[in-house]
Design a protein around this ligand. Structure first.
Ligand code: IMP
Ligand code: MG
Length: 183
């Protein structure tokens, strides 16, 4: 058995993330009427760092909520998603801002947005650190993307591979050395 080393190539330095946060904070703040309160929903675990940096830059009264999604059955199937943790407040009549790390096929955010819309909110919008569109399977609008990329597997700034690298303060592309299976 051979040890496989992950290779990390920095693709978005922290300074670019900070600039994107400033821009998104302004865009989001401008989208809501003055004094309008917003329920900001962090999608755990991946969005935790983006969420905590972004909410500090939104000029609106916020309530912070956290959800966690889990899929059951075949991971490659069309997405039988459930909440392993739901919000702890009613969304009826509220402006909801979902804050996610990365939108890939779009199935997770499509599920979450539809589920929230059934609860009668005033609006549901999505902010994502990365809008990665090559593998998109459903039509979904990311209202506030920090970065738009075509492809690549990313880690850092909350995003993981097998629970590693979430703590890094920049975004890296993960290149797995020895993609062939070793045993
Ligand atoms: P979707 O339902 O295919 O859009 O899945 C999005 C979820 O897959 C994200 O919330 C991540 O948890 C995970 N994911 C997709 N692409 C990446 C990536 O490049 N790095 C880390 N996680 C990813
Ligand atoms: Mg995620």
């Amino acid at each position: 058995m051979r040890q496989m080393a992950d290779q990390l190539n920095e693709v978005i330095p922290n300074s670019d993330i900070v600039a994107a946060l400033e821009r998104l904070g302004r865009d989001i703040s401008a989208r809501y009427a003055a004094g309008e309160s917003v329920v900001a929903v962090c999608v755990l675990k991946g969005a935790f760092m983006f969420f905590s940096d972004l909410v500090r830059r939104i000029e609106a009264p916020l309530r912070l909520e956290f959800v966690r999604l889990a899929s059951y059955g075949d991971a490659t199937s069309s997405g039988d998603l459930v909440f392993s943790k739901d919000v702890e407040t009613s969304l009826t009549g509220k402006h909801v801002l979902i804050i996610e790390d990365i939108v890939d096929t779009g199935r997770s955010m499509d599920f979450l947005k539809r589920t929230f819309e059934e609860r009668g909110p005033a609006s549901v919008r999505i902010a994502a650190l990365v809008d990665k569109y090559e593998r998109r399977e459903v039509e979904l609008t990311v209202d506030f993307p920090a970065f738009t990329l075509e492809q690549g597997f990313l880690v850092g700034y909350g995003m993981d591979f097998a629970e590693k690298y979430r703590e890094l303060d920049a975004i890296y592309e993960l290149v797995r050395d020895g993609a062939e299976s070793s045993s």
